[in-house]
Design a protein. Structure first.
Length: 272
């Protein structure tokens, strides 16, 4: 009788049964990707664990929801990010390119730290700042470094700065940057923070490179969104007791908030 009842239930909810089986394929891919990101330290253990727990919960939900529309909603929530994976890979590739540019900027700072009056070292910092997106600061720093220098000796550097100045830069490129170590506003010009001496441009560039900006924050936002869009409505519409509903919703709220805090709290890593 139980088998017959189950067969009738499957026959009347074919979509739910089919999706309940199929959803474990993208969930498995998701979990493998999350584990890889955790091993590579692009994703913290806490955020990865919560995301995997939510994925397993979504799989269980589809297998027990027996409602075709809701089953499709959950299936879409799980599979949509995988469809967007090529875009995510492209963003990660851009991050790798930016990593090379940040390393070049930090290399310039290392040289400048050893030779504070070296014009070439100052220009390397300016060039690194330009490539990392701090164009106004790069131009101002290069101008200070090349002022009074013989054009024959620095022909290439002067030509590069002239090309930079031909660019139509927006006003925000000339805005001051807050030093990430002492919170002093630094206007374009100096290579180091005038208050604490920190390499503020490298600190900002390294902060933008932080994998949490593209990895942890993205995973945490998806996790919190899945709990909000799927988990909480499912629990509220279930036949569970009110006490269990309230407890489950509170638990999901805590998990979503913890995932977001763990991902977004990480600030830039200062460059020594």
């Amino acid at each position: 009788m139980e088998m017959l009842a189950l067969g009738n239930k499957i026959a009347s909810n074919t979509d739910s049964f089919f999706l309940g089986c199929l959803i474990w394929i993208p969930i498995g891919i998701w979990i493998l990707l999350l584990i890889r990101q955790m091993v590579d330290q692009y994703l913290s253990f806490l955020v990865g664990f919560i995301a995997m727990a939510v994925l397993v919960g979504l799989g269980w939900t589809v297998a027990n929801i027996w409602h075709p529309i809701l089953a499709w909603v959950v299936f879409t929530v799980v599979t949509a990010p995988l469809i967007l994976l090529p875009i995510i890979v492209l963003l990660l590739h851009q991050r790798d390119i930016h990593a090379v540019e940040v390393e070049a900027l930090e290399s310039g700072y290392a040289m400048l730290g050893l030779q504070p009056t070296n014009t070439i070292a100052k220009f390397k910092v300016a060039e690194g700042a330009w490539n990392c997106g701090y164009q106004g600061h790069a131009i101002a720093l290069a101008d200070l470094a090349l002022t009074g220098q013989k054009r024959d000796l620095f022909r290439w550097e002067i030509a590069a700065v002239e090309r930079w100045k031909d660019q139509d830069l927006s006003a925000n490129k000339w805005a001051e940057l807050r030093c990430l170590r002492c919170n002093t506003g630094v206007a374009p010009g100096p290579a180091f923070c005038p208050s604490c001496g920190a390499p503020y441009l490298a600190d900002h560039a390294r902060g933008r490179l932080n994998p949490t900006l593209k990895g942890q924050k993205w995973v945490a936002s998806w996790t919190a969104g899945a709990l909000l869009v799927v988990g909480m409505p499912y629990v509220s519409m279930s036949n569970l007791s009110n006490e269990f509903k309230v407890g489950s919703i509170l638990l999901m709220s805590v998990l979503g908030i913890v995932a977001l805090i763990a991902a977004f709290k990480r600030g830039p890593t200062p460059t020594t």
